[in-house]
Design a binder for this molecule. Structure first.
Ligand code: MG
Length: 253
C-alpha cells in the first residue's frame, strides 16, 4: 500500500513539475507576430449601447429626416418618424457598416401576412432585412420579421409585440465585384434583433427580390441605405450608422 502511494506521489508530483516547467518555458519565449499594427483610434462609445458612438453618422435623432431623400414624405411627431407615401433613402452612401435602428409595427393590428406592419431595411438599397409584425401572423418564414428577405428566416423569432419598440443592430460587409462584373466576395450580414443574434455572418446570395431569385448585380462600393414603405405606418427612431474598415498591419519583410 505504502509503495503504491509512493509511486502515485512520484508520478503526480513529477507531472506537476513537468507542467510547471512547460509553463515557464512558454513564458520565456513570448510569441510575437512581427506585424506592425497601427494604433486603433479612440471611439468614444455612447452612454448605452443604443446611443451613437462618437464616429457614427446620426440618420435620425427624432428631429428631422434631413439626412434622407423623400424624408418629407414621412410624418414626424414626438421624436418618432412614421412611414408614409414612399420609401426614404439616405443622401450619403455606405459600404461596410454597423447600423442601429429602432422600429415599432402598428399597435392597432390591421392586415395579415406580408400586409401587417411591413417595412424593411434595404442595405445598399438592395439587401433587405425584413420588418414585419411577426407576432401571431403566419407568413412564409423567409419573409417574416428579421428575415433576409427570401434568402433565410431569422434563426429565432425575437419579435416584440405590435406597438412595442424593437431594435436592429446590423453588421454588414459589402460585396466585391471583379472587372467582369462577377461577385468575387459575397455580402455578409450579422443581425441582432432585440439583443438576440438572428443571423451570424450570413452569406447573402445576392439582392433580395419579391419576384425573382436572389442574384448579384455589380454595383458601387458604397450605396445609400433605404427604408421601405409597404403601405403600413411603421414607426422609427434612433437611427445611426458607422462605417468601418479592418486595420491593416505591416507584415515583416
Ligand atoms: Mg418589407
Amino acid at each position: 500500500m505504502r509503495v503504491k502511494r509512493a509511486i502515485l506521489w512520484a508520478i503526480t508530483g513529477g507531472a506537476v513539475a513537468f507542467s510547471m516547467n512547460a509553463h515557464a518555458a512558454r513564458q520565456s519565449t513570448e510569441f510575437k507576430s512581427g506585424i506592425v499594427w497601427p494604433e486603433p483610434k479612440m471611439v468614444t462609445p455612447g452612454k448605452t449601447d443604443a446611443e451613437p458612438p462618437a464616429d457614427a453618422i446620426v440618420l435620425f435623432d427624432g428631429k428631422n429626416l434631413d439626412m434622407w431623400k423623400d424624408g418629407a414624405n414621412w410624418e414626424i411627431k414626438d421624436g418618432v418618424a412614421t412611414s408614409k407615401k414612399s420609401g426614404i433613402t439616405t443622401k450619403e452612401a455606405f459600404g461596410d457598416c454597423q447600423l442601429h435602428l429602432e422600429f415599432a409595427t402598428p399597435e392597432k393590428i390591421e392586415g395579415k401576412g406580408q400586409g401587417r406592419g411591413n417595412s424593411g431595411v434595404y442595405i445598399m438599397g438592395k439587401y433587405e432585412v425584413q420588418i414585419l409584425d411577426s407576432i401571431d401572423n403566419p407568413t412564409y418564414f423567409d419573409g417574416q420579421c428579421a428575415s433576409i428577405y427570401k434568402q433565410t428566416p431569422p434563426m429565432v423569432n425575437a419579435s416584440r409585440k405590435p406597438g412595442e419598440w424593437q431594435t436592429y443592430d446590423i453588421i454588414f460587409t459589402a460585396p466585391k465585384f471583379g472587372e467582369d462584373g462577377k461577385v468575387t466576395k459575397p455580402a455578409y450580414a450579422t443581425v441582432i434583433h432585440n439583443g438576440v443574434v438572428v443571423h451570424n455572418h450570413f452569406e447573402l446570395l445576392g439582392g433580395t427580390f419579391y419576384d425573382r431569385a436572389p442574384v448579384y448585380q455589380k454595383h458601387a462600393e458604397k450605396l445609400p441605405l433605404n427604408l421601405q414603405y409597404h403601405g403600413n405606418p411603421v414607426k422609427f427612431r434612433n437611427i445611426w450608422i458607422r462605417s468601418f474598415e479592418p486595420l491593416v498591419g505591416k507584415k515583416p519583410e
